[in-house]
Design a protein around this ligand. Structure first.
Ligand code: MV4
Length: 451
């Protein structure tokens, strides 16, 4: 096992990783920007190194400074968390070159899954269902119209190096294709450095279902079930749960098998998430694979009892999985609310500032992951998340009730929070029946639907 590990992140995920290290008796190094000198993650680590000015690009995305911090402190491994450098093949490669273990898959796998066109092709050939679409990058409008004609409108344009929601567009007819293609290309080039785009058949009102996988260096792969992440506001996830109300045990088995097959097809290593869209008829299709720990990993941990971050570190250290698929149990129901310092009534506009009072909920089946303490500042420079509140109970309705009580008892003063908005979701009749899809917030959270 490693003796010393550097955490190349901030906020709640840095604190979460530091906690896992403490349990594994690994010494820790935090890195921080000039805005984070007093941050919780700095206090929790054994050592801390300042890596630059507040803007992300100057600090938490500064590869040279982070690698230098690891070399100077003698850290053998770097955990990148999520966001920041977590899916940068360049960073993973820089670690490899400097003989520092990157806690994640090898650089070439990050690059391979980062190219959505290649990921789609590889997984389709491996027999994983992928959304019908172009088999390669689309060269020009003529080709785009030809492919769209075969698929049938509406279709979606996506960036080959994209991911999440950036740069996706719905095209309803051949006339729209020309201008949309040019705009999508320009946007993709600006955001990802490549104007390459591909097409997919547009699936109306799908659910976003993702499957957690773990793979060791000997080719053992298991899955830890699904998460339903359909409740998003402009591609910002607000609430996630497991099990999905739309997934039966037989569908869970098939989703899990598809996710394991996807991981095996690319010789995957470490923790990963295979994202699917589930249509209204119960058919699922691969869309992309995330090669990092995800924000919403705690709901899976609550159901399975597996510490995913610990497994990431163990696998990176060359230890093999001592978990077997047949011994993974999915017990009860877990929901996560991402509480943001933002105004749910004003398009989730960030509400930065100093948190003057903060009392986290606690009790049986309640977990709070946070990087914020009393006196912390929610900075304009970073993600405005205050805390993730995760509630577990035997049943879905029990987990909802527990979450409602937890959020009502949570005290945050000094900034606006999304707690009132989250309570509205939890009280929504459609949500309570498990009737959610990716259009839930815009369709079901209007005054008329809420009654
Ligand atoms: C889609 C889709 C419908 N059809 N692809 C948005 C984020 C990215 N990860 C994939 N996204 C979508 N891809 C096809 N072929 C609908 C979405 C989508 C969505 C997906 C998951 C969660 C919320 C969403 C909100 C709008 C659109």
């Amino acid at each position: 096992m490693f003796e010393k590990l550097l955490v190349a992140n901030r906020g709640e995920i840095a604190c979460r990783i530091l906690q896992a290290c403490r349990e594994l008796k690994i010494q820790t190094v935090a890195v921080y920007s000039e805005a984070d000198a007093d941050a919780l993650h700095v206090q929790l680590a054994d050592e801390a190194v300042c890596i630059g000015p507040p803007p992300n690009k100057d600090s938490y995305l500064n590869v040279a400074n982070i690698i230098s911090a690891a070399v100077i402190t003698g850290a053998e491994a770097i955990h990148p968390g999520y966001g920041n450098l977590s899916e940068s093949a360049t960073f993973a490669e820089a670690c490899e070159k400097c003989k520092i273990t990157f806690v994640g898959p090898p650089a070439h796998i990050i690059a391979r899954m980062g190219d959505k066109v290649e990921a789609r092709r590889t997984l389709r050939e491996a027999g994983v269902p992928v959304v019908p679409g172009s088999s390669d990058v689309v060269r020009d409008v003529r080709e785009a119209r030809e492919v769209a004609g075969e698929l049938g409108y509406p279709v979606m344009i996506k960036a080959a190096l994209g991911g999440g929601g950036t740069g996706i567009r719905i095209i309803h007819n051949a006339e729209q294709m020309g201008p949309s293609l040019d705009a999508a290309r320009a946007e993709a080039r600006a955001a990802f450095g490549s104007g390459d785009i591909y097409l997919e058949k547009y699936l109306p009102e799908p659910r976003h279902i993702e499957v957690q996988v773990l793979a060791d260096n000997e080719g053992n792969v298991i899955h830890l079930g699904e998460r339903d992440c359909s409740i998003q506001y402009r591609h910002q996830k607000l609430l996630e749960e497991t099990p999905s109300p739309a997934v039966s045990s037989s569908l869970r088995r098939r989703l899990g098998e598809a996710a394991v097959k996807a991981a095996q097809a690319v010789d995957y290593r470490n923790a990963g998430t295979v994202e699917f869209l589930l249509d209204q008829r119960g058919k699922f299709y691969f869309i992309e694979m995330n090669t990092r720990i995800q924000v919403e990993h705690p709901v899976t941990e609550m159901l399975t009892g597996v510490d995913i971050v610990r497994e990431q570190i163990r696998i990176a250290a060359g230890e093999h999985l001592d978990l077997e698929q047949g011994k993974i149990w999915f017990n009860g129901h877990a929901i996560e609310c991402r509480i943001l310092a933002a105004d749910g009534d004003r398009g989730f506009a960030p509400s930065p500032g100093r948190v003057t009072r903060w009392e986290a909920p606690a009790g049986p089946g309640i977990r709070v992951d946070t990087g914020v303490g009393p006196g912390s500042t929610i900075s304009v420079y970073y993600d405005p998340m205050i805390a993730k509140v995760i509630c577990w109970e035997q049943t879905r309705s029990g987990a909802i009730a527990r979450m409602e009580a937890a959020l009502r008892g949570m005290v945050v003063e000094g900034v606006r929070t999304t707690i009132p908005y989250h309570l509205r979701i939890l009280g929504n009749a459609y949500f309570r029946r498990g009737e959610v899809d990716t259009h839930f917030l815009e369709r079901r959270m209007t005054p008329a639907e809420e009654g």
